[in-house]
Design a protein around this ligand. Sequence first.
Ligand SMILES: [Zn+2]
Length: 461
Amino acid sequence: MLKMFPKTHITIAAAITVVVTSAILMSPSSDVEAKRMSYELDLEQGASAKIVSQQKNTTTTDTGQAAQPTSPETSGVTAPNIANPSTPQEPLLSWQTFEIKSGDTLSSLFKEAGFNDGIMLSVIHGEGEAKKVQHLYAGETIRFATDDAGELAAVELQRNRLETLKIEKQEGSFTGDTEIRTPEPRPAFASGVIDGSLYLAAREAGLNDRLTMELAGIFGWEIDFVYDVRKGDRFEVVYEELYLDGEKFGTGRILSARFVNRGEENVALLYTDSKGDSDYYSPNGKSMRKAFLRTPINARVSSPFNLQRRHPVLDVVRPHEGTDYGAPPGTPIKAAGSGRVRFAGWKGGYGRTVILQHGDNITTLYAHMSRLGKGIKKGTRVKQGETIGYVGSSGMVTGPHLHYEFRLNGTPRNSRTVKLPDAKPVPSSEMATFKGVTEQRLAQFEVFRENYQQLALAPKK
Ligand SMILES: [Zn+2]
C-alpha cells in the first residue's frame, strides 16, 4: 500500500525553469523596458512637478509610448511641465532621471546629478530602507528631486515596473520605503491543436514560453510531452493577463487548463486552500501532482534500470538496481519526494550518498555525489524538489553521474515506470469550497470557449 505524503507548495521540479523565467519577467532590465517605465513615472509625478529628463542612454526608445508628446531620445530634454491645479501648495521639484548602466556607482550618479558624497552619505544613513539605495543594478532607473532652494528633496530608485525604493527628506533627514505595485489580473484564453510539438502549437496560440512550460508542468506528471504527445492533441488554457495602468504588463498564473491527449481528456483547475497553498487539481479534487518526481535531476538517462546488467567496472553480471543520469559535476539533485534523511555520507561503491525515507515503505537513494546539499544530514526533513546534493563521481564510477534508486518495501523498482502515489487531494473539509471554485472556473472556461469558437467561425475581413 502506497502512502500519501503531505503536499508542499507548487514546488514542481518542472517548474524550476519557469520560476527562473518568471523572475526575469518580473525584473525587466532591457533598455526598452527601463525606458518605458521611466516615462510612465514621469507622467505619474503629479503635483506641479517640473521634469528634467536626462536620458543617458541613446538606444532606440520604445515607440509604444504615443502619449509622450516630446521626443525623449536626446540628452537633456526638458519634459513639459505637468501642472496639477488641485495641489498648488506642493513645492516645485525638479527631477533628473538616469538609467543605470554597468560601471555606474552611487557616487558617480549623485555627482552627475550635482550632489556630493556628503549628501549621498546622508541619504544612505537615512531611516527605514534608505540604505538599500546602495544596491544598484544595470537597467534600473534612479531619479533625483531638487527643491527650489537647490537642495536634494528625494531619491527614487526604480528596480522594475513594480518595485520602487522611495527616499524622501522629511524634517531634515531622509527616510526610505519600498513601494510595490500589484498588476491587475484579467482572465484570457488560448487554444491550440498540436501538429508538431506542444511548444510550436502553444506559440501559435499566443502563449509565451513561461506559460507553455507551466502548462507542460501541470500535466507533466501524467503526460510525457516528448513521447506521449500525438498530432491532433488539443489544449485550452485560461490564464491571467496582467495589466498596469491599463496597459498589458505580462502574464500571470494559469487558472484552468484542458489537455486532450490521444482522445483522453485531462482537466486541471487552480485552487488555493485555506492555508494559502495553491495547486492544480482535477475537477473531482485529485491533485495533478504525484508524491514523487519521476526524475530527480534535469538530465538524460545514461544507463537504465536493469536487473541483468553487466557491471561497467567489475565486468560481471550485477543487477543495476537504479537509473543513471549523466550530468556535469555540480548539477543539483532534487529530493524526489518529501521525507526524512535516513542516511547521508559515504557508502562504499556508492560514494557520497543520501537515502531518503518517505512514509513507512518507500526509500529513494542518490549516489556518487560530489557534495551534500546544505543542511542535509541524518534526520533532516526535506521537501519534494529540494536540493539534497550535487552530481559527482565519488565511489566506484567511470564518470560523473547520478545513480538513483526507488525502493518499495526494500525491493528495487524501476523509478521510470513504477506507479507513483498521488500527492494529497483536496481535504474533505474543504470540498464544498473547492466545488464552488471549480464550478466558477469551469463556467468561465465554457464562456471563453464559446466566444473563441464564434470568433473562429466568423468570416475574416
Ligand atoms: Zn547506477
